[in-house]
Write a protein that binds this ligand. Structure first.
Ligand SMILES: [Zn+2]
Length: 322
């Protein structure tokens, strides 16, 4: 069986290489991808030791479950860069106002590779390298064999609540908030979290599910929350520009539009990072700040098994990977 998978992977990779040439984006090969990842200095691990994205759930849970040593109020914020390929971080520059650079400048910061798509890389993925399966694996801590979300427009199993809900329901935190602009998260009738949203509303569980018209609206919603004295304890936000540029053009860091999609979202990350630090109560708070992605991309899209689609990343102001 494995030999057939390898042959299939070869032909898919071959097709994508030609696609890259026709798109004028260069020879977007696996070899160049692997070398570029190695050359990005902030990654502490390698493609071979990439961590399953489901570990994200444990990082959040462990952070809130451990009391702050100095009695500070624990808060966490996640800034999601949807569809940002892990090798796009080659464009980090000291000249830009960059959320990733700002987080990495913190004393205990860390960046490492994660992977989406289910089961250990490089085996064939068991769930699409797409938006809903990616974020849902992170938020529930399990793959689609349990949470059921193996593609977009699947309602998540109620048996695996997101960490946004479980932390509030267990009274570990008072409130959480989920800020997005894509209707497939919880606005559509077949949205991933529609059942969980209804459950929280019916049972007065303080999880705020908010869909904005676009990601400028999501940014404003996050900034409005951070401006409150008693802001949400856990804020999870998703910004779309790498994914949009990829679908409009091509998922490649060698493409100007995709690169600019990254720089655009990384500026949003920078503004949100600064809004956290500017809180008047910041010195009395213990913030976990994470920037991450749900999936990568290759050529015209994502959803498949190539390494460019499967590798993702976590950038954190605290050491998460021990
Ligand atoms: Zn996505």
């Amino acid at each position: 069986m494995l030999i057939f998978q390898r042959i299939a992977t070869f032909f898919v990779g071959f097709a994508f290489c030609f696609c890259g040439l026709f798109m004028g984006s260069g020879f977007d090969s696996t070899i160049r991808y692997k070398q570029t990842i190695k050359d990005i200095p902030i990654y502490e691990n390698t493609i071979n030791t990439a961590v399953p994205q489901t570990e994200f759930y444990n990082y959040i849970n462990d952070f809130f479950s451990t009391p702050s040593a100095d009695g500070k109020v624990k808060k966490a914020i996640v800034i999601g860069y949807d569809g940002c390929r892990a090798d796009t971080l080659q464009h980090l520059s000291a000249d830009n106002e960059s959320g990733i650079n700002a987080v990495m400048a913190e004393s205990d910061s860390q960046a490492f590779l994660t992977y989406c798509g289910g089961v250990n890389y490089p085996y064939i993925n068991t769930q699409n390298t797409s938006t809903a399966p990616g974020w849902c694996a992170m938020l529930t801590g399990v793959w689609a064999d349990k949470n059921l979300v193996d593609q977009n427009h699947i309602i998540k199993s109620d048996d695996y609540p997101t960490v946004l809900t479980s932390l509030v329901e267990s009274k570990t935190i008072d409130a959480s908030a989920f800020y997005v602009s894509w209707s497939g998260h919880f606005a559509d009738s077949d949205a991933t979290y529609i059942s969980e949203k209804n459950y929280c509303e019916t049972n007065n569980i303080n999880v705020n599910f908010v869909t904005a018209a676009d990601h400028a609206g999501t940014k404003q919603n996050v900034l409005n929350d951070l401006a409150k004295t008693d802001c949400s304890d856990f804020i999870f936000s998703i910004f779309e520009s790498p994914d949009h540029e990829g679908h409009n053009d091509v998922f490649s860091p060698y493409n100007e539009n995709f690169k600019n999609g990254f720089l655009n979202v990384d500026k949003i990350g920078y503004d949100i990072f600064n809004a956290v630090k500017a809180r008047p109560t910041y010195e009395n708070e213990d913030w976990l700040i994470i920037i991450t992605a749900d999936h990568g991309g290759n050529c015209f899209g994502h959803g498949n098994m190539t390494i460019m689609e499967r590798m993702t990343f976590i950038v954190s102001n605290k050491e998460l990977l021990k």
